[in-house]
Design a protein around this ligand. Structure first.
Ligand SMILES: CC(C)(COP(=O)(O)OP(=O)(O)OC[C@H]1O[C@@H](n2cnc3c(N)ncnc32)[C@H](O)[C@@H]1OP(=O)(O)O)[C@@H](O)C(=O)NCCC(=O)NCCS
Length: 170
């Protein structure tokens, strides 16, 4: 596959994903959502992410392509919160091939999914990413996202033998 540094806007096409795109989308995701860059176990990139979102929200599963090469994808869903009249649009996965990042593909995908969410009555879009994923944070800030809320994840290793603290004798 040729390395690409940028894509001419007129050659970029954003369309709904179809089942023939699954393998390519999966492999692009494997390339960019690596264990090192996405350390949280709460979000793991696997084939079920693609099929589940495709089955529930086909209109919010998009790919960007030039010619017949897929360059990136956006997979989203909508969420209704209990006790809230608002409909939220959750952009679950947004990914662009590493060799063409910063070439406008992410912005194109974002523009289209935002438009589609708005058409579906979404009043607020939400995203989440690791606190150290500065490129993504800058990207979303450029798209107008603000109000960053930090969330703490904790883990307990159950395979490690617990060392009981010695009981102090009086
Ligand atoms: C985040 C991501 C989707 C952005 O897509 P992209 O095609 O590279 O983004 P664009 O070229 O449309 O960038 C638009 C703006 O975002 C910001 N931005 C994008 N990449 C950036 C980077 N590496 N560093 C700093 N700012 C960046 C810039 O403000 C840029 O505007 P500019 O070109 O005028 O400077 C892409 O970097 C990616 O796939 N990252 C890995 C996966 C990921 O982290 N996904 C998000 C969480 S699910």
């Amino acid at each position: 596959m040729p390395a690409m540094s940028s894509v001419a806007k007129e050659n970029l096409r954003i369309r709904e994903m179809n089942i023939d795109d699954f393998p390519e989308v999966f492999h692009i995701g494997e390339q960019i959502f690596t264990a090192e860059s996405f350390q949280s176990l709460y979000r793991t990139w696997d084939e079920y992410e693609i099929t589940t979102l495709f089955n529930s929200d086909t209109e919010l599963c998009l790919v960007a392509e030039t010619g017949d090469m897929i360059l990136g994808f956006a997979l989203g869903t909508t969420v209704k919160k209990h006790n809230s009249p608002w409909k939220y649009g959750y952009l679950v996965w947004l990914g662009v091939r590493s060799d063409i990042q910063q070439g406008g593909v992410g912005s194109g995908l974002f523009k289209e999914i935002k438009h589609r969410m708005k058409e579906q009555g979404v009043r607020m879009m939400i995203i989440d990413t690791s606190a150290d994923n500065q490129p993504a944070i800058s990207f979303f800030q450029k798209q107008g996202f603000d109000d960053i809320q930090e969330h703490v994840y904790m883990s307990l290793n159950l395979s490690r033998k617990s060392r009981k603290k010695p009981v102090k004798k009086p």
